[in-house]
Design a protein around this ligand. Structure first.
Ligand code: BGC
Length: 265
C-alpha cells in the first residue's frame, strides 16, 4: 500500500462534472467531508477559463477552512497527464491538450493537482471505501454520463485507464452501458444488466482483477442490478457514493507533495 497522506487540516477537493462543479473540504484522517458541499452549475460553455472562474468561487468560499498553503485536488472527466488534459468526454473540446493545471494555478494563485474523475474515485474507495486496504488488483468503474475506470494494484493507481471506451461488439462500451444510456433508452434494470454483463465479462477477461467496484450515482441502487451480474470476479458497490471524487482528489493533491511528478518542473 502507498503511505496515505494524513494532514490534520482539511484539504479541498473539487469535482468537475458535465452539469455541476462540487467542492468540499475533506478530513483525510477519515476520508469524509469536513463541511457542507458547495455545488455550482457548470458554465454552459465549459472552457478551462470559465470553469476555473467557478472553481475560484468554491475556493474562496472555503478559504478559511483550508488555509493558504494546502494544495487543492480537482477532478475532471478527461485524461490528465502531467497537468495537461488530453481528452474531453462531456466537457468543452477546448480542454484537449490544454495545460489545465497552469490555467487553474494562474486563476487561483495556489498549487492544484488535476486528476481524472474515475481515478480519484478509485483512490478514495481503496483508501476509505469498498476496497479499503485491498491487497490485490482492484478495478473501479463509475457508471454515469459515461463509464470511467480506475485500476489500482496493491493500492497503487495506474492512472488514466479509459476502459469505458473499449470497443465491444462494434460499439464504444459507454455508449451502450453507461447509466445515462439506461435512462435515455428507458431500459429496465434487467435489460441494462445484460449490457453490463457483456461489458464486465470483457473487462475481466482482459484484466483479471481480484475485485470490481461499481461506482457512480447509480451505485446507490446496486441492489437492483448487482445480483443479475454473473462474473468470475467479486463485484461490490462503491461506498463513498457522491463524495468519492472530492475525497480522492484531496488525497491525490497531498500525495503529489509527497511524491512529486518527475515530469513536471
Ligand atoms: C471519459 C473518462 C471519464 C469518464 C467518466 C469518459 O467518457 O473518457 O475520462 O473518466 O467518462 O466521467
Amino acid at each position: 500500500m502507498t503511505d496515505a497522506p494524513v494532514p490534520s487540516t482539511p484539504v479541498l477537493g473539487i469535482d468537475i462534472g458535465g452539469s455541476g462543479i462540487k467542492g468540499a473540504p475533506v478530513d483525510l484522517q477519515i476520508g469524509e467531508l469536513a463541511g457542507k458541499r458547495l455545488r455550482i452549475e457548470t458554465p454552459k460553455k465549459s472552457t478551462p477559463e470559465n470553469v476555473a472562474k467557478v472553481v475560484r468561487q468554491i475556493v474562496e468560499h472555503f478559504g478559511e477552512t483550508i488555509g493558504t498553503d494546502s494544495p487543492i485536488g480537482i477532478t475532471i472527466p478527461a485524461v490528465v497527464t502531467h497537468g495537461k488534459t488530453r481528452s474531453a468526454a462531456n466537457i468543452d473540446k477546448s480542454w484537449i491538450d490544454c495545460e489545465a493545471e497552469k490555467v487553474f494555478e494562474a486563476e487561483l494563485g495556489r498549487d492544484i493537482v488535476l486528476v481524472n474523475d474515475a481515478d480519484a474515485a478509485g483512490v478514495a474507495e481503496v483508501h476509505y471505501g469498498a476496497a479499503k486496504d485491498h491487497p490485490g488488483l482492484v478495478v473501479l468503474t463509475t457508471l454515469g454520463t459515461g463509464i470511467g475506470t480506475a485500476i489500482l494494484n496493491r493500492g497503487i493507481l495506474i492512472p488514466n485507464s479509459e476502459l469505458g471506451h473499449l470497443e465491444i461488439d462494434g460499439h464504444d462500451a459507454e455508449s451502450r452501458a453507461a447509466s445515462s444510456v439506461k435512462d435515455k433508452e428507458g431500459l429496465s434494470y434487467s435489460e441494462w444488466a445484460k449490457r453490463l454483463q457483456r461489458y464486465y465479462e470483457v473487462l475481466e477477461a482482459l484484466l483479471w482483477p481480484d475485485l470490481i467496484v461499481i461506482g457512480g450515482g447509480v451505485s446507490k441502487d446496486s441492489d437492483k442490478f448487482l445480483d443479475k451480474l454473473k462474473l468470475k470476479t467479486p463485484v461490490v458497490p462503491a461506498k463513498l457514493l457522491n463524495t468519492a471524487g472530492i475525497v480522492g482528489a484531496a488525497w491525490l493533491a497531498v500525495d503529489r507533495r509527497v511524491h512529486p511528478d518527475p515530469f513536471l518542473s
